[in-house]
Write a protein that binds this ligand. Sequence first.
Ligand code: SF4
Length: 122
Amino acid sequence: MRYEQLQQIAIDLNSVVVDPDWRKEASCKGYDINLFYLKNKQEQISPEIIKLCYGCPVRMCCLKEAIESQDSFGVRGGLTEKQQRVVFSKYRVLKRSISTSQVSLGMVKSENTQVNRRYYMA
Ligand code: SF4
């Protein structure tokens, strides 16, 4: 997979809202979990497993959850660990730049809007 495709996945992940029930739709349900992990660096994940994973209907939820929990082990979303690290790093950069621009535009919501209001309503 090309670098640009991995970058696009990172961009797309920003708008993914994770459905709490996403696991119900997982294509890997019922498979031996060991098929998704490498036991050593000489091993390769089978192309069939990568294909199954890439075609999974909940692959973006799976990837987003992996990012949020900083878990890039094993194949997820049809991506190898190395590909996931590229996506995760781009995603974090994007997320940081989005929150920085929101702060500079004054768009970040205060957790306590009442406290916030006291300042501008006083
Ligand atoms: S993306 Fe892959 S690892 Fe994730 S739920 Fe789907 S099949 Fe399983």
